[in-house]
Write a protein that binds this ligand. Structure first.
Ligand code: LLP
Length: 425
């Protein structure tokens, strides 16, 4: 019998013997079969992350709307649609993906500060569940578009609770200086305005304070502020049918210790019950916490380049595949997919893109040699969905693992694919 070691916080990604597995599939074999860079996802990991939310909401009226910007690949959406999830979308393109993946438009909520008239029409045509509106100007336009179609748009207003989520400034969204949401003090006026418009029906209220949140208190504070607003709005005669608390729960990238989804919601539901809102229709929009630790990115070591100040481990994945380190100085663990005969040293793991910002990990102790395959962990969220073709690099292929089965869910993009829509003059 070989020893099995699961990676911390990632029970579906484990070493068995010296080989790293996602569920029952050996990653070095997948790399050989499909090439690298290659994203590999565990279906069981996604469903178990979802189950933590479902446990948390047992006995409540709650709709989980997967924030698909975290990973919008069709087969991933299919997994969540089949598990009963709705979707939080931010563009007409995302709506088209939901429909292509078999999602239910009635369980779709449409967030974002800049919806176009065309996107509003698209969403009204298929009958989405709710528009999360972010400004008074957007209310006017949505009402006009809906009336033009002989429809009434269901709306919720995204309020900005002015709470510090204590996360990276680029991914905190509920503070006053952010472009998101309607300021606390303007909320009642905005609701009155919404209720007066003939093309709209007020159905809810929502907030989202940021992403990669690892503490419970910001959520509790935001909930208090939102519930205060619900009381004021209902006192003004506008009923609020659902309360949407957004997404944002963090994952363990590097020893981070966010609460489990069920533990977080046990606390939040206690507050809701105490304040008398426990039986309302609840909605949430988790993204990262459903997929982040369900995925890895496999990448091959191309060259080792020792240097006076730094040793570089040059791999075939780059900032176009894994943009988070370059964009947010984010940390992703990097581990070998099997034991290597290479040299043990401290390396900066970098990609082939022509930018000094193209790094994937800094100062990492690794035993590697050219030809080895490394796994970049916690790569299920905001990697493939943020990937680009910079340097005319085709985007990576993706595999979804289900037990011992590995399904190719996206083919590797060829150079031709990257310029297929272009033409010479
Ligand atoms: N709802 C709204 C309105 C959002 O803006 C977001 C994320 C979510 C839900 C889902 O948040 P999550 O549960 O995934 O934290 N690219 C960044 C993260 C950007 C998050 C944007 N909004 C990163 O890689 O860290």
């Amino acid at each position: 019998m070989t020893a099995t070691t699961a990676l911390p916080g990632q029970p579906h990604i484990r070493y068995s013997g010296d080989q790293l597995h996602v569920e029952g599939v050996v990653l070095s074999q997948l790399a050989q079969e499909h090439g690298t860079p290659l994203f590999v996802y565990s279906k069981a990991a996604m469903l178990s992350a979802l189950a933590a939310y479902q446990r948390g909401f047992a006995g409540r009226q709650a709709q989980i709307c997967y924030a698909m910007k975290a990973n919008s690949s069709l087969a991933i959406l299919q997994v969540f649609a089949e598990a009963g999830c709705g979707f939080d979308i931010v563009s007409g393109g995302e709506l088209a993906r939901v429909l292509a993946a078999g999602g239910d438009p009635a369980k779709v909520i449409f967030s974002g500060v800049g919806k176009t008239r065309h996107e509003m029409k698209q969403a009204l045509q298929v009958g989405i569940g709710c528009f999360n509106v972010e400004s008074e100007a957007e209310l006017d336009v949505l009402s006009e578009v809906a009336m033009g179609m002989g429809k009434v748009a269901p709306v919720s207003l995204r309020v900005n609770p002015n709470v510090d989520p204590k996360t990276h400034p680029y991914i905190s969204t509920g503070l006053k200086g952010n472009k998101f949401g309607i300021a606390h003090e303007d909320t009642l006026r905005a609701y009155r305005h919404a209720a007066s418009l003939p093309g709209l029906k007020v159905v809810g209220i929502d907030c989202h304070i940021g992403s990669q949140i690892t503490e419970t208190n910001p959520y509790l504070d935001a909930m208090d502020r939102v519930l205060d607003l619900v009381a004021d709005i209902e006192a003004a005669g506008i009923p609020i049918h659902h309360i949407d608390f957004g997404g944002g729960l963090g994952i363990n990238y590097n020893g981070d210790t966010p609460p489990e989804a069920d533990a977080l919601w046990a606390q939040l539901l206690t507050k809701l019950d105490t304040r008398g809102y426990g039986q309302r229709q609840l909605m949430i929009e988790p993204g990262r916490s459903l997929v982040g630790n369900a995925g890895v990115c496999l990448t091959e070591v191309l060259y080792l380049k020792p240097g006076e100040q730094k040793n570089f481990c040059i791999v075939d994945a780059a900032m176009n595949d894994l943009p988070r380190p370059a964009m947010y100085q984010a940390f992703h663990q990097i581990v070998p997919v099997k034991t290597s005969a290479g040299q043990d040293a401290v390396y900066d793991v970098v990609g082939p893109v022509c930018e000094s910002g193209d790094w994937i990990g800094r100062d990492r102790q690794l035993q590697v040699q050219a030809g080895d395959v490394l796994a970049v962990l916690s790569a299920g969220a905001y990697c493939m969905s943020m990937a680009s073709n910079y340097n005319t690099r085709g985007r990576a292929a993706e595999v979804l693992v289900d037990g011992t089965q590995a399904h190719l869910i996206r083919q590797r993009e060829s150079a031709f694919d990257t310029f297929a829509l272009e033409q010479l003059v």
